[in-house]
Every structure is written in C-alpha cells, then in structure tokens.
Write a new protein. Structure first.
Length: 187
C-alpha cells in the first residue's frame, strides 16, 4: 500500500521541480527593453567564448536569443524563457520558448540559447507561423560545446542553428525536442 503514496509524493516533487523555476520565470516578467539588453549581452558572451558562433552570427539573417531559460524535471520536465529576435542588432520581435518532456530525467538548470536563422525562408516561417515547434518547419541543428565541426560557407546546410550556452545546474539534455517558440508582447 505504500506504492500509491510514494507515487503521489513523487508526482508532487516533480510538479514542484518543474513549476518552481517556471513560476519564477513568469513572475519575473521583463520589459521589451530588458529582454533586448539581456539578449544582446548573452549573444556577446556567446561570441566571446565560442568562435563558431561568430561565423553563424555574421551569416545569419536574424538571431533569436533567449538569455535565461529555466529547465527542471523529475520524470516530467519543463522549460521556459523569453527572448528577443535581433535583425542587424535591432529588436524585431519577442518570443517565449517553452516545452515539456517526460521520461528518465532529474535535475534543474538555467541556460541560454542563441538560434541563428540562416535564410529568409526560415525567418519567414518563424514570423508567419506565429512561432514553431522544433521538428516542424525549418531544419534545425543544435551545436553543442563538444561538437568539433568547423563552420564555413560550405558546411552550412541547415536553415537554423541553435547554440545552448551558459549552463548552470545539472541536467543532461539540452536539445530543442518538444520545444515550442511562440511570439509574445512584453510591456
């Protein structure tokens, strides 16, 4: 008879693990100016630490920067964060990244994402579709720290490249699987 109680306790812990960071994210609603400043600062940090990101930034039509994404999970997980779309360094829209997962997972972390839109078609899809879910629309490649691939004009074959960076915490998966990017209108 202890199994149902243990399952209930695990569900409560999982919900607290998931909703805690997400509640903090939504409770800290930031203005468009704050999101833009944080996004630019995060992009500069990425470019200073990751040489390949500078190449993608110089060839991208736009960069969508999420300076702070909170992700947590215990069997069920979730992530959320707000970002700015920069075209030629200027804000051109604001978006929320959110998603949920289930499976073997435990932990919590905070990280940043820079999403480089390499062609007009991918950027048009983002804007006209009202956002997109990873796995639909443009082809996306996630560039992880350990990946040794060199970036040049002959190796750019995807519509979108995403760089997770500034990881803090313990969680194994930094993919865009199960993630939805939607437009928002901050104050």
């Amino acid at each position: 008879m202890t199994f149902p109680c243990r399952s209930l306790a695990m569900a409560v812990v999982a919900m607290a693990a998931v909703s805690g960071p997400l509640a903090v994210s939504s409770a800290q609603a930031r203005s468009a100016a704050e999101i833009t400043a944080e996004g630019r600062h995060a992009l500069h940090r990425l470019e200073a630490r990751e040489p390949r990101s500078r190449f993608f930034a110089s060839h991208a039509k736009a960069v969508l920067v999420f300076p702070s994404i909170f992700k947590a999970g215990l069997v069920f997980g979730g992530e959320s964060g707000n970002g700015v779309l920069l075209i030629n360094g200027r804000p051109a829209g604001f978006y929320n990244l959110s998603g949920g997962t289930w499976g073997l997972q435990i932990g919590a972390e905070k990280f940043s994402y820079a999403v480089f839109f390499m062609n007009d078609s991918a950027l048009r899809y983002l804007r006209k579709s009202g956002g997109f879910a990873a796995g639909t629309g443009p082809s996306i490649a996630v560039i992880n720290k350990g990946a040794g691939a060199e970036a040049n004009t002959t190796t750019i074959t995807k519509d979108v490249y995403a760089f997770p960076f500034n990881e803090k915490g313990l969680m194994a998966d930094l993919t865009l699987q199960g993630t939805k990017i939607s437009p928002i209108h901050p104050h």
